[in-house]
Design a protein around this ligand. Structure first.
Ligand SMILES: NC(=O)c1ccc[n+]([C@@H]2O[C@H](COP(=O)([O-])OP(=O)(O)OC[C@H]3O[C@@H](n4cnc5c(N)ncnc54)[C@H](OP(=O)(O)O)[C@@H]3O)[C@@H](O)[C@H]2O)c1
Length: 403
């Protein structure tokens, strides 16, 4: 019964992913006499946290009730007052928590504050792994002040993201492409390189309805099966209907001199180009149309020299803008420079049963000489998706916070 209510709180947290940054997505469920009386999810940054949303919905039903929260309640004054105060005031009797808040100013203090007030706090360690899976981006953001970055690629069985001519549409099935759109709805920013921008003119928005009824039905009705470790985030991503959808910030790394101002990325103002200052100045000198348009382009200039320094500078700037979770969507040179910079936290590769024979690699970084020096991924999961295979792993292992 406790597990079922905590699962419901975790599902709410997942539903809120992409809409709370740089706050963590959290879900709360209030149960009284065995019945759910209210639920709540974290609102956009600056508005109420999940606990307060659920408490205000439950009203007078809170006294003596149990609360299941997907993350330790906060105990400090941030943009909003402490959730622990609201829980105490409402008369909640027991609070179930699967994981401590990785934020050093909260970690353990939220639980201690509730316990001091006589509230019974139950740490559900058996569900910690699920909870932490959903707050990996927040954990990186709060501890290292940079976004959590996932590199996602569709690759042929022989490891190519495009043919030798650069053609890549489409490598994976429409089911896998729909999964990529579902992932876009969970991240705060999607990044592509200049060549992908020029070659593919991608829209980089969330268009689940464009995949048709059969694909929607598949995700609604099929329970994802994983080989190896069950990745809770991937499981939720690949199952059920997705309701709260938001379009991420569209980021292009590299400014083309012959930029097409009618490109899909620039369809509205929710986009950003990054380019090195010296290159912007040269392009403006050499391209008259760009010189005329430059003032109207959302452009962030960077004063670095190498691509990997640029990748680090981009991460820092995105964090400054409140981006907690970002996805690299190609191509290989962009992902390669982020890998070299040590900025990639998770890899999601969709492997499709096609052979290109030659072509572009998913990561065109500096590489290693010996396999012993290759990055060994942690917390690896494999999920068949129709005829494709979704393969994911992290740079770092999940870590349970203890007091
Ligand atoms: N299968 C998939 O999942 C998938 C997804 C997306 C794209 N693609 C395919 O990938 C191909 C493009 O990949 P690509 O590797 O050629 O290019 P890319 O990564 O899209 O763009 C790389 C270019 O961006 C510029 N750039 C500026 N700053 C950079 C930095 N810090 N790091 C890296 N690049 C930086 C560089 O241009 P300058 O050298 O001019 O400075 C560089 O050549 C296309 O064929 C596309 O269809 C496949």
């Amino acid at each position: 019964m406790h597990a079922k209510h905590m699962e419901a709180a975790l599902k709410i947290a997942f539903d809120r992913m992409g809409a709370t940054s740089p706050n963590p997505p959290v879900g709360a469920v209030i149960v009284r006499n065995g019945s759910v009386v209210a639920t709540g999810g974290t609102g956009p940054c600056g508005s109420d946290h999940a606990e307060v949303v659920a408490l205000s919905r439950a009203g007078g039903e809170c006294a003596g009730a149990d609360m299941y929260v997907s993350l330790e309640p906060c105990s400090h004054y941030g943009r909003t007052p402490p959730c622990t105060e609201a829980i105490k005031r409402a008369g909640i009797a027991r609070v179930f928590v699967p994981a401590l808040d990785p934020n050093p100013i909260v970690s353990g203090r939220g639980i201690a504050d509730l316990s001091r007030a006589g509230i019974d706090v139950v740490l559900m360690e058996e569900m910690a792994e699920y909870a932490i899976e959903l707050i990996r981006p927040f954990k990186k953001y709060i501890l290292r002040h940079r976004p959590f970055i996932v590199s996602k690629s569709a690759v042929t069985l022989d490891g190519r993201i495009a043919t030798k001519t650069g053609d890549s549409r489409w490598i994976s099935s429409e089911y896998s492409r729909c999964l990529a759109h579902r992932l876009r709805a969970k991240v705060d920013a999607v990044m592509i390189g200049k060549n992908t921008f020029a070659r593919d003119n991608p829209a980089l928005n969330v268009r689940l309805s464009s995949f048709g009824d059969e694909v929607s039905r598949f995700f609604r009705e099929t329970a994802p099966k994983m080989i190896g470790r069950e990745n809770f985030f991937l499981k939720l991503l690949a199952s059920g209907d997705m309701t709260a959808l938001h379009d991420p910030l569209r980021v292009v790394v590299g400014l083309p001199g012959d930029i097409d101002m009618t490109s899909n990325v620039m369809a509205d103002g929710n986009y950003l180009f990054f380019e090195r200052s010296e290159i912007v100045d040269r392009l403006v000198r050499e391209h008259r149309p760009l010189a005329r348009a430059i003032g109207g382009i959302n452009l962030h200039r960077i004063d670095t020299v190498s691509p990997d320094e640029e990748a680090r500078a981009i991460s820092e700037e995105l964090a400054r803008r409140g981006i907690m979770f970002a996805m690299l969507e190609g191509g290989g040179r962009l992902a390669g420079s982020f890998l070299d910079a040590g900025e990639i936290d998770q890899f999601i590769y969709v492997i499709a049963p096609k052979i290109a024979g030659n072509g572009l690699p998913p990561l065109a970084g500096s590489g290693v000489d010996a396999i012993a020096d290759a990055m060994a991924l942690k917390d690896v999961s494999v999920m068949p998706l129709k005829e494709d295979i979704v393969y994911t792993g992290y740079r770092e292992q999940y870590h349970f916070e203890t007091m």
